[in-house]
Design a protein around this ligand. Sequence first.
Ligand code: ACO
Length: 323
Amino acid sequence: MIRSVVRGFGASLPKRVMTNSELEEKVDTSDEWIVQRTGIRQRYIAGEGETTASLGEAAARAALANAGLTAADLDVIILATSTPDNTFPATAVNIQNRLGMHHGAAFDVQAVCSGFIYAVTTADAYIRGGLAKRVLVIGAETFSRILDWNDRTTCVLFGDGAGAIILEAQEGKGTTADRGVLTTQLRSDGAHREKLYVDGGPSTTGTVGHLRMEGREVFKHAVGMITDVIEAAFEATGTTADDLDWLVPHQANRRIIDGSAKKLGIPLEKVVVTVDLHGNTSAASIPLALSVAASDGRIKKGDLVLLEAMGGGFTWGSVLLRW
Ligand code: ACO
C-alpha cells in the first residue's frame, strides 16, 4: 500500500517581531488581557518586500534542504493560504517559479485556518492515487495585511509566517505501524459564514477587505468541532489518545488547545504549543509548529502525530500520521 511519508520540513518567519506591549500603543488592550484570553505573547509581522510567496518560498527551500532534495524532484506544489499575493495567478505558481521549477503543477487551496489540513489531504490523495510521487505542501499567510488595525477584538490575535512539508510516496504494509499519513478527516459548513469572514473580495466589493470575527461564537463551536474530527481519526484507524506521541493543533488560542486536549484525555506534555510565539498564523500555524517541534527533537521518526484545525467557513479537519 502506498503511503504519503514526510520526507522533509521547514519554516520561515518575517524579520519583525511585534510584542503585546507594542499593540497596547495601537489599540485599547493590555498584555495581561491578550495573554490571559489567548496565550499569545508576540507575533511576526511581514515588512516591505515580505509576502505570502516570499515566506512560502523560504519555507519550501528549508523543507527541500531538510529532505536533501531540489525542486527538480517535486511533482506538485500545493499552497494553503487565504492571503494570496494576488487574486490570481495562484501564489503556489509564483512559488513554483521562484524555486526555478517549470514542470509539474502548482495550485492554491483555500480553507482558512484549516487550509493545511485540506492541503495535506489533497496531497495524500494525489500520492495514493498515483498522480504524484512527491508533493510540497506549504501553509503561508500574511494575515497582517487583512486585519483592521483599529479593531482590538481581532488585530491582537493574528500573525504572519510559513511552514512546509514534503510528502513522498513510500510502500507501507497497510497497518498503523506504517510511516506516513494514516487517515484524513475533512468537514465544512457554510452556515457559519458570518461568524468569521473577510468583508471584501473581487466578485463582491472589488476590494481585499478586512477580517471580521465573532470570537465568542467561534470559540463556542471550536472544541466540539475539533473533538469530532479527532474522534473520527481514532475510529478510522483503531487508535486511541494513549497511542499518540504528539498533538499538533492549529494555534488560534491556548484555551481552545487546552480545552480540546483535556476533553480528549491528551496530556498537555504531548501537545505542541507555539501560539505564544507566533499568534494565529492561520494555514501556516500547523506546519510552523511541526517545524519547531521536529527541529528541537521532540517529534522523532516513527512518532504518531495528530494534526487538527478549525477555522473560517467553518472548515475543520484532522490528519493522523506517523512521522
Ligand atoms: N483587549 C482588551 N479587551 C478586549 C480585547 C482586547 N484585545 N478584545 C475584546 N476585548 C473585550 C471585549 O470588548 C469584551 O468586553 P465587554 O465584556 O465589556 O463586552 C471582553 O473583552 C470579553 O470579550 P470576549 O469576546 O467575550 O472575550 P473572549 O474570552 O471570548 O476572548 C477571543 C476573545 C480571544 C477572540 C476568543 O473568543 C477566541 O479565541 N475565539 C476563537 C478564535 C478562533 O479560534 N478563531 C479560529 C480560527 S481563525 C481563522 O479561521 C482565520
